[in-house]
Design a binder for this molecule. Structure first.
Ligand SMILES: Cc1ncc(COP(=O)(O)O)c(C=O)c1O
Length: 480
């Protein structure tokens, strides 16, 4: 996520091929304002960023100053920018989510890949409520976590083939809290940090906001990890942290093969990089054949240092806001020392609920498997029917999303056009760090009815996006 001052060259790169509009002949200034708004909405540019001067941007984009002035004015009028005395134009974000043209009740939100609560939740909540009484005479601050939950998580790792002691578990505010804490603990400003490309966007954000300079290597739904590139990148840049999702990677849904795992562990061990394996979506298995258990089960062979991150959010329920870190006592000690600056622990009742649910992970996996299988089928059917030249990944054996391939590099245009019809999507480039992935759109495996409805609407508006021709800039400038 961009903060501070935005250079004209960086904004130019982020905008990509914005001159093709998918909404039926918008004038250039409006199309430009729309694309900058999209960068703000999906988090690639943060609020309070100083936009390039009108002169710099007009040179970089080869447009008249009048067009840039009008685009900035439109951003200001719609609440996405403000003029700051002596500092030009600065971005802002309206507090409410940006208005879509469709009424709010009809908005279809496809920006989140998450399932509703497991059906096991009410029983766990009732048990937790009874148990809460035992905590009334304690202060309730649990910097490391409630013992019952740490035990349940440790037992789950042990059952999955990685013997674990409760002392090796620290409960966090979701896996996001875990990524943030690990970044703050182990990244010093200016350090290189490794992540896949594409990857989970808020992991990029956490690594970057801790001061890390992100280096990447590719993962594709077709070919998985390019381990030669991964090993070369890690060997060359010597990152202080490497962040990966070995199972059901978000957004490609790919899982590492056994060879991939060995090559990754070998690469990080060689330069003594701390490896974070995020397993937030790792147990959402639909029909995968091979299983290798947690990455750390293989780490000893290479002498690699591996930290696991887990979460209740995707298997159980995101509303619990419970995640965790599994690491050595030494690493957890360092993380615990950094934590109070961020939060002072996770809520007790939610941890008690999560403890019951983690113990029933096997049942939850079965429940999710049938839900995800049905959703995957619904998406494939809807795409085949309404958007036959959009490609569903061939291997989608688990996880919560499909990294769909578009026939043209128009992901941002589709996202903007969809917004005007009440469908909120995350454009492909949000999952990279350099403006790539305009040929991809991530579809969360949400309910079959929602997917069918959304894809039908996208099918209707697709011809207007697919037919886009470059804007005729001379005729479309505003008369100011
Ligand atoms: C790979 C990955 N890691 C972490 C998170 C954050 O999860 P949580 O809700 O546990 O903070 C997500 C959420 O989408 C995710 O996909």
């Amino acid at each position: 996520m961009i903060r501070g001052r935005l250079a004209a060259s960086t904004l130019g790169d982020l905008l990509g091929d914005w001159r093709r509009d998918g909404t039926g002949g918008l004038p250039a200034y409006e199309a430009l304002a729309e694309r900058i708004r999209l960068l703000l909405i999906d988090g690639r540019i943060s609020a309070d960023v100083r936009l390039p001067s009108e002169r710099e941007l007009s040179e970089r984009l080869d447009l008249s100053r009048t067009t840039i002035t009008a685009a900035y004015r439109q951003l200001r009028d719609s609440g996405y920018a403000r003029a700051v005395q002596g500092s030009g134009t600065t971005t802002t974000l309206p507090l409410a989510r940006p208005p879509a043209t469709a009424p709010r009740s009809q908005v279809i939100d496809l920006t989140m890949a998450a399932l509703p609560a497991t059906s096991l939740l009410p029983a766990a909540a009732a048990l937790a409520t009874e148990e809460l009484a035992a905590h009334y005479d304690t202060p309730g601050y649990q910097l490391i976590g409630v013992p019952a939950l740490r035990e349940a998580i440790a037992e789950r790792y042990t059952a999955r083939g990685l013997p674990t002691d409760p002392e090796q578990i620290l409960v966090t505010s979701g896996a996001q809290g875990a990524i943030t804490l690990l970044s703050r603990t182990f990244v010093t400003r200016g350090d290189r940090v490794f992540a896949d490309s594409p990857s989970y966007p808020h992991a990029y954000d956490a690594l970057a906001s801790a001061g890390g300079r992100i280096v990447t290597s590719p993962v594709t739904p077709e070919d998985g990890w390019d381990t030669a590139s991964l090993a070369a990148t890690i060997g060359r840049t010597n990152p202080s942290l490497a962040y990966v999702m070995p199972d059901f990677h978000n957004p490609t849904a790919r899982s590492m093969t056994l060879d991939d795992r060995h090559e990754l562990l070998h690469a990080v061990a060689k330069v003594d990089t701390l490896l974070i394996a995020d397993e937030t979506t790792g147990e959402l298995d639909i029909d995968r054949r091979e299983h290798y258990g947690p990455l750390a089960t293989l780490a000893g062979e290479h002498g690699a240092r591996v930290v696991h991150i887990g979460s209740a959010s995707k298997l159980l329920w995101g509303g619990l806001r419970i995640g965790w870190i599994r690491a050595s006592a030494d690493i957890l000690g360092r993380v615990a020392a950094v934590r109070p600056a961020h939060d002072l622990g996770s809520p007790v009742w939610e941890q008690l609920v999560a403890a019951h649910l983690v113990r029933r992970s096997g049942e939850a996996i079965e429940e999710r498997r049938s839900q995800l299988r049905e959703r995957r089928g619904a998406l494939a059917d809807a795409l085949a029917r309404h958007l036959p030249d959009w490609e569903m990944p061939e291997r989608l054996e688990g996880g919560l999303a499909a990294w769909v391939r578009l026939p043209a590099p128009v992901s941002s245009q589709v996202t903007l056009a969809a917004r005007a019809h009440g469908i909120h999507l995350t454009a492909g480039p949000r999952f990279g760090i350099d403006g790539a992935y305009e040929r991809r759109l991530r579809f969360p495996l949400t309910s079959p009815a929602t997917l069918t409805q959304a894809v039908a609407i996208l099918g209707e508006l697709w011809p207007t996006v697919a037919d886009t021709t470059p804007l005729r800039l001379t005729t479309s400038e505003p008369s100011v």
